[in-house]
Ligand binder design. Sequence first.
Ligand SMILES: Nc1ncnc2c1ncn2[C@@H]1O[C@H](COP(=O)(O)OP(=O)(O)OP(=O)(O)O)[C@@H](O)[C@H]1O
Length: 291
Amino acid sequence: MPEQIALLTNPTSGKGKGARVAGEVAPRLRHAGFSVRELTGRDADEALDLARGCVEDGVETLAVVGGDGMVHLAVQALAGSQTRLGLVPAGTGNDVARYLDLPRKSAHAATDVLIGGKERTIDLARVGTRYYVTVLAAGFDAKVNERANQMTWPRGQMRYNLATIAELRTFRPIPYVLEIDGDEQRFEAMMVAVGNGPSFGGGLRITEGALLDDGLLDVVVIRPMSKTSLVRTYPKLFKGTHVLHPEYRHYPARTVTIAAPGVVAYADGERIGALPLTVEVVPQALRVLVP
Ligand SMILES: Nc1ncnc2c1ncn2[C@@H]1O[C@H](COP(=O)(O)OP(=O)(O)OP(=O)(O)O)[C@@H](O)[C@H]1O
């Protein structure tokens, strides 16, 4: 029997890149001897139903063509199952592809990993019934996200830049209550991030050092700093050198509860919900294909 692979495409990812890329991947997989099930949901809900169907049918690999939001969707179906995640990156940020050293520029090279890659098992983080792979953030960046989502103009990155500037003008440190593995702390901060992996938002290494298979979450707190300091520290996130800032704090955790008034949390770039929320690590919950 040929090995089964399902190819679940988000046609909207990367401004239409998903649909283009999927057209290249499927024929190469068939040529390599795979039995390919090509799937596209009409919307995110239907895509999730399709992913769940693949797991129920015992498909060996569910390869998604899309960005981190698409990985997030697939993981809701794959967590704890025997079906492996394959990934052909076609999003704008692609942090999960960065974590796994998957080729991000070439769909051809990413398809090679589907054909001849190795298997690795990684941890997931869970909030209620929702799983995530990358980082949950609740603070300044989530306020920017909420503001950007309410704007209808301009489109793309510029909307986030404008929302950041607007939010910087009025942002005040947030009073948090954090409970890390049973220890409660109260403080004011700019943001709290809970990483399963080290980066979000396209390579912003907020939870620098987070490992995908250590059975731990990495909680990062950015304590209050001046607006000038915040603006200067932001570019350091790309290298992870913000960890040297005196207002950076890091705590390993298995379970963390975050509470703060009026703050909504985002994870894998998707809206999760208003605080308070509890995040738990789920060790070894996802099988993935890697180079
Ligand atoms: N047919 C569909 N199938 C799956 N997801 C869809 C579909 N249509 C719209 N979406 C939405 O696409 C979003 C995920 O997009 P995805 O992550 O694949 O690409 P991106 O946003 O361009 O990339 P990145 O997350 O890396 O920035 C989800 O929020 C989902 O609701």
